[in-house]
Design a protein around this ligand. Structure first.
Ligand code: ATP
Ligand code: ZN
Ligand code: MG
Ligand code: MG
Length: 459
């Protein structure tokens, strides 16, 4: 292993990713808060088990729920410590400042090897233009419908939009995003178009764009500055240029957004039979009052999502949170009480895994509340699966097929479908810890209270 074969690719809150300079592979390494790095670093055995859990959870739990074709679980690898240390030094200066509160794990030598999803796997022939990849972290796409919800505003304004106000107040971001997940998940092309446009204007950590595996568009490290859409258009222009005339920036962006929309709605292989089944939510759940959309876009109602498209799959998993954190928290406390009395049951109840077939069975069953701890555990597990689905990212990778000659100059709207080869995947499917439930409960209260306070004073 030579650190010079790998380069910095990106990072989130939990892990740092490097990509191989030749092969289409990435290594995902865990991160720790820098103040803990010295004293609480895990033993190699613990770290190995932790990463094994991540792979098992992705492979045995999330993949069956989200669909085989979208999920790539990767494999655990043992890396020479010398390699990891050199790599960590090499990439340090490329890391964004806002992520440097954590350090890369250089103690365990364990990592996760995954396909590089910013590349297109079956090579596209006959075109020199590198693939484009759009990464979207969509967040929660529905309004809670649980009878346990106590604050009326949670039924009208989505979590993402409320959270924006809280993040602005805490200095996490400097501007409000106009993106609303309910628009993206609506299945209504106009609403989806506007949602993606809003992501482009204020990407925060919900949108990244790669070209040939290189990050070309994301939020600036210096959060005060907005990323440059004109620069993006320059990158996109060669992909959306037609021989029949000059393309304005607006047309280029608009065609780009349409390609993203089609990929998000693409029903996948399992649905070739023509007639498309839809996933439909009741109308009250699909519109967020904080979304800046005009009423006229909503008048047509919502067409729903094609049943097996990536958005429908993610939304289905998110909706396993059907009690809302307010209804879930008492059940968490029921589990806690039980574990206090019978600490050994932690293993048999599979609180921390193993993430195997029987774990998936527990998640898939919808038991009635019979007052048992088994019911409470099943609901907590479902909630954790939903949290993972609310935090994952979609990767849409596409490249021209090299069939531009076949374009028909007399057609005003070219059939974009046939011009690009594309692939859609879901990444970042880590298990959310059982212990995070109380934190989620407190955070929910804080976000809602802050939203009520801040919107009342501005009205
Ligand atoms: P979060 O803070 O969102 O939970 P995380 O720390 O769990 O993030 P990931 O989202 O898995 O980390 O990875 C960080 C970034 O690395 C991703 O946003 C993506 O841009 C990139 N990345 C991760 N896995 C891959 C992959 N298989 N191929 C290409 N890029 C990847
Ligand atoms: Zn919203
Ligand atoms: Mg992520
Ligand atoms: Mg993550």
């Amino acid at each position: 292993m030579d650190e010079n074969d790998w380069k910095y690719h990106g990072e989130g809150n939990k892990s740092l990713v490097v990509s191989h300079i030749q092969h289409s592979r990435v290594l995902r390494l865990l991160k720790y808060p820098s103040e803990d790095a010295e004293n609480t670093h895990q033993t190699t055995e613990q770290a190995f088990q932790h990463i094994l859990n991540i792979v098992d959870y992705s492979r045995n739990v999330m993949k069956p729920l989200l669909g085989e074709k979208y999920v790539h679980s990767g494999e655990v690898v043992k890396l020479p410590l010398d390699f990891v240390r050199k790599l960590s030094l090499k990439i340090q200066q490329e890391r964004p400042e806002l992520r440097c509160d954590k350090v890369m794990d250089t103690f365990s030598g364990c990592g996760l090897c995954l396909p590089n999803l910013t590349h297109l796997s079956p090579c596209h022939f006959g075109d020199r233009r590198p693939p484009l990849c759009v990464e979207i972290k969509p967040k929660c796409g529905f309004l809670p419908f649980s009878r346990h919800v106590t604050k009326e505003c949670k039924r009208k304004v989505c979590r993402f939009c409320m959270h924006q106000h809280f993040k602005l107040a805490n200095g996490k971001w400097n501007r409000l995003s106009r993106y609303c997940p309910l628009d993206l998940f609506s299945g209504n092309k106009q609403r989806m178009y506007i949602a993606i446009k809003n992501l482009l204007e204020e990407p925060q950590n919900n949108l990244k764009i790669f070209k040939g595996g290189e990050l070309i568009y994301s939020c600036r490290d210096d959060a005060k500055q907005q990323p440059d859409l004109n620069e993006l258009v320059q990158h996109l222009w060669p992909y959306f240029h037609h021989s029949n005339g000059h393309q304005s920036s607006k047309t280029v962006l608009s065609e780009f957004i349409q390609v993203i929309c089609s990929a998000l709605l693409s029903p996948g292989d399992s649905n070739r039979s023509g007639e498309q089944r839809k996933m439909q939510l009741s109308d009250s759940r699909v519109h967020c009052e904080a979304s800046p959309l005009h009423r006229e876009h909503l008048r047509n109602g919502s067409p729903g999502l094609p049943k097996d498209c990536v958005l429908a799959k993610i939304l289905q998993a998110q909706m396993m949170d059907n009690l809302d954190i307010e209804g879930l928290y008492p059940l968490y406390k029921r589990v806690e009480q039980h574990l206090e009395e019978f600490p050994n049951d932690r293993n048999t109840l599979q609180i921390d895994g193993p993430y195997d077939l029987s774990f998936l069975e527990k998640v898939k069953t919808c038991p009635e509340d019979d007052g048992t701890v088994e019911y409470a555990v099943a609901k907590v597990l479902q909630y954790r699966v939903a949290m993972t689905a609310k935090d994952c990212s979609i990767m849409i990778t596409f490249a021209p097929c090299g069939e531009d000659e076949k374009l028909q100059p007399h057609l005003e709207i070219q059939p974009t479908k046939s011009r690009f080869a594309s692939s859609v995947s879901i990444l970042d499917l880590d298990p959310k810890p059982y212990e995070s439930v109380p934190h989620q409960y407190k955070l929910d209260t804080k976000i809602v209270n802050y939203y009520l306070k801040s919107t009342i004073t501005t009205q």
